[in-house]
Write a protein that binds this ligand. Structure first.
Ligand code: CP
Ligand code: NVA
Length: 341
């Protein structure tokens, strides 16, 4: 029996290095099979529900395509159109939906909520993003990274994550670095927050780990790196206002991914990553941000990443997005099927 069968996928630290490598291998096979029209539908008798409390483009579409490719039936449920959380407790909703469906994807605010759903659903629950973690994203990122490795193994690379180091991407990356052992530099003028139990556990762990470094020194964090990763400076679920944006920009404008930052890597093969959505195009973000803020910090070429770098050959951003289909499919198949191949 495969060891993922009937398990949840809530956060990376629930898995071993061997588990993560295995999921990457399964994703690669699924990607190959799809590309070569060899995919077999193994989930044709399965019903899957995708519950969203927050917006999504890539994760929702990847789950839907993964299910359709495998013949599963999908229900999309937006929390605001349902009774969940407001008139019905998560515990009740989980017990109801767990009887109807074979698997549940949840994207919501709090990790503790998805843990409640997983406790009561009785079927596999997959984390499509919470404030604390975004494990399906990082699995797709790891697959993408393996596709660009030259003369190094996954556990030998250096990843430099720059910008907002207190979000779901940075914390899932930290979990991945703890498990896999690659070097991770988190570059920001801010310290790591310890405002909840999940973060506290991680901070406790990384105190004794040599491969994870937190620094505000950009040169130190970027030098000889293989992959530069950034994310939007204000995540979903954080109260967004123009004042908040001004505060973030004031903190982080020196930590933008741009040409001069890439030069500091001294690696002409460095690759740039972003989970998306990204604020790189002035014509787009001028409607979101106050023009005075943009002008004050001269951010006409991008916020967390410049358009030049986003669109350059250094960027593997669109590969990351596409790979979500394959890794999410690997997670669904591995947790729903007793025997894999
Ligand atoms: N990267 C990612 O999770 O994108 P969505 O928010 O569009 O799902
Ligand atoms: N940190 C971002 C990731 C989006 C995929 C957010 O939570 O909004």
């Amino acid at each position: 029996m495969n060891n993922f069968y009937q398990n949840n996928f809530l956060k990376l630290s629930d898995f071993s290095k061997e588990d993560i490598y295995k999921l990457i291998r399964i994703s690669k096979k699924l990607k190959y099979d799809k590309k070569n029209s060899k995919e077999k539908k193994k989930l044709s008798n399965k019903n899957i529900i995708l519950i969203f409390e927050k917006n999504s483009t890539r994760t929702r579409c990847s789950f839907e395509i993964a299910c359709f490719d495998q013949g599963a039936h999908v229900t999309f449920l937006s929390i605001k159109d349902s009774h969940m959380i407001y008139k019905e407790s998560l515990k009740d909703s989980a017990r109801i939906l767990g009887q109807m469906y074979d698997g549940i994807q949840y994207r919501g605010n709090y990790q503790k909520d998805i843990e409640i759903i997983a406790k009561y659903a009785g079927v596999p629950v997959w984390n499509g993003l919470t404030n604390e973690f975004h494990p399906t994203q990082i699995l797709a990122d790891l697959l993408t990274i393996t596709e660009f490795l030259e003369n190094k193994k996954l556990d030998q690379i250096k990843i430099s994550y720059i910008g907002d180091i207190n979000n779901n991407i940075s914390f899932s990356l930290i979990e991945a670095a703890i498990i896999i052992g690659f070097k991770l530099y988190l570059i920001s003028p801010k310290k790591i927050k310890s405002n909840n139990i999940y973060y506290q556990n991680i901070i406790r762990k990384i105190k004794n780990i040599e491969n994870i470094h937190i620094t505000k020194n950009i040169s130190e964090g970027i030098k000889n790196t293989d992959f530069i990763y950034t994310d939007i400076w204000i995540s979903m679920g954080v109260t967004e206002s123009l004042q908040m944006w001004e505060k973030k920009i004031e903190e982080l404008y020196n930590y933008q991914v741009n040409k001069s930052l890439l030069l500091k890597s001294k690696n002409k093969n460095v690759k740039v990553m972003h989970c998306l959505p990204a604020l790189h195009l002035y014509e787009h973000y001028k409607y979101l941000l106050n023009k005075d803020i943009i002008s004050k910090y001269n951010l006409y070429n991008g916020i967390e990443i410049t358009d030049e770098i986003f669109e350059s050959n250094y960027s593997i951003i669109f590969k990351q997005a596409k790979n979500k289909i394959h890794t999410i499919k690997a997670i669904i198949i591995s947790t729903l099927l007793k025997e894999l191949y």
